[in-house]
Design a protein. Structure first.
Ligand code: PLP
Length: 437
């Protein structure tokens, strides 16, 4: 995909994505540092009794770093700009962001509709944690028909991921928004694989909130953990009792900022899943090169997907092969072209006949459970990320004992190709030896 193609992602008149990524959050004035400084500070001073009372009332400045810290705030402004949102709360992990998002619109008795190709931790929240609070969830196929059929009168949230894991399927965000809104629910999108608005901006397609594991492409170097929850503009809370009941209601007192206010209140103030300033600094710095990394990683991923699709040691079983939304053979390619700009993402999955000898033979590519690192990483989902799910659920999610998930880094593509080729051949040789014996 060309750079031009990416440019349509952004409205005219505002600065381009790449410019905002290096500029937002940095003051411009005599003596200001050219970058975001680390405020390694837990508490902020008041001069008068009135200062303290006012800050505790309004929370517009700084008092105590569980609530807000200038380094974290600068990161939040940057993420808000890159996602085209209204406000962001940065939290300690992606998991904290998803939990806060779900809890910000649901309470006991409420219901969530989620699509089945979910990150394992999100499935864990829906299946194990939220039921403890009386919130139930239906997990359904990643199609508008299935989502529509699962909606209930008490459904408050529809939840999906931009690019599903590991099936590489694409959420039809605009359709999900229409279904959710027609029934008074909101749409939340885990946009981690959409690269903080670089590949996809769900808010522009009707989503009401987006979350990120900033641990992945935002931090970008496998060195820091974080999460974010960004709320869009124009969401309708008028059919959401937790916002409308009481006099005055939260909606009365907070207006358009009610949802963002509650998310910060829950995630940071009350639950204390606050992001550390050092981590905020590393993530903000990572965002400055995200566009460069993810465009390169996406191009390499497409090259490797084509290479693997043609390799004799890949995908010999029925219905198996390479799953990558950039491949024209992918059943999700049309939706990928509709929702992704600037590339089709850095993750691909493929099936190998002999996973153990293949993985053991890799020399450049490393085996580790992370995504969005500068280094190419693989995992065997059947025994790791999806290992605790029932077998039938693993198959339903597109995971088989032969599936390999790969997050492509910024290495020389030729080195990755050679490494995959020699490891696939080692796997084949092991299989032949086994047959001979
Ligand atoms: C990693 C990941 C998460 C969780 O993020 P953490 O930072 O590990 O808590 C959530 N969603 C997706 C899609 C992820 O890849």
């Amino acid at each position: 995909m060309s750079a031009d193609n990416h440019a349509d992602n952004h409205s005219e008149g505002t600065l381009g994505y790449e410019t905002q990524a290096v500029q937002v959050g940095i003051p411009r004035g005599l003596g200001d540092g050219v970058g975001i400084p680390i405020h390694q500070i837990a508490a902020f001073q008041f001069e008068t009794l009135e200062d303290g009372a006012s800050e505790f009332q309004l929370n517009t400045g700084y008092s105590y770093a569980r609530l807000q810290n200038p380094t974290v705030k600068a990161l939040e402004e940057r993420v808000t700009a890159l996602e085209g949102g209204a406000a962001t709360v940065a939290l300690s992990t992606g998991q904290a962001a998803s939990f806060t998002a779900m809890l910000s619109v649901c309470r006991s008795g409420d219901h969530i509709v989620a699509t089945s190709s979910l990150f394992g931790g999100s499935a864990g929240l829906l299946n194990n944690i939220l039921p403890l609070m009386g919130i139930t969830a239906s997990t359904v196929a990643n199609t508008p028909e299935a989502v529509r059929a699962a909606m209930q009168p008490n459904t408050r949230l529809v939840w999906a991921e931009t690019i599903g894991n590991p099936a590489a399927d694409i959420a039809d965000i605009a359709s999900y928004a229409e279904i959710a809104h027609s029934q008074g629910a909101l749409l939340g999108i885990d946009n981690t694989w959409g690269g903080v608005g670089y590949l996809c901006r769900p808010l522009e397609h009707g989503a009401d909130m987006v979350t990120h594991s900033l641990t992945k492409w935002a931090g970008g170097h496998g060195s820091v953990m974080g999460g974010s929850l960004t709320v869009g503009t124009g969401h309708d809370l008028s059919r959401s009792p937790i916002y409308t009941e009481g006099t005055p209601s939260i909606l009365d007192t907070r207006g358009d900022s009610a949802l963002g206010w509650r998310q910060r209140w829950f995630g940071a103030h009350q639950l204390g899943m606050t992001l550390a300033p050092n981590s905020a600094f590393l993530i903000a710095q990572g965002l400055e090169t995200l566009s460069l990394r993810l465009s390169r990683e996406s191009a390499t991923a497409l090259e490797l997907a084509n290479f693997l699709e043609a390799h004799t040691a890949v995908g010999t079983g029925a219905g198996s092969g390479v799953a990558y939304p950039g491949l024209e053979s992918s059943p999700h390619h049309a939706l990928a072209v509709k929702y992704l700009k600037g590339g089709f993402g850095a993750v691909l999955t493929f099936e190998v006949n002999e996973p153990a000898p293949f993985l053991a033979a890799l020399k450049v590519i490393r085996m580790a459970p992370n995504l969005g690192d500068t280094r190419t990483l693989v995992v065997h989902p059947w025994t790791t990320t999806h290992g605790r799910m029932p077998e039938s659920a693993r198959y339903a999610a597109g995971v088989t004992p032969r599936t390999i998930r790969m997050s492509v880094g910024v290495e020389a593509p030729e080195d990755l190709k050679r490494d995959l080729d020699q490891a696939l051949k080692a796997g084949q040789a092991a299989a032949q030896t086994a047959v001979l014996i």
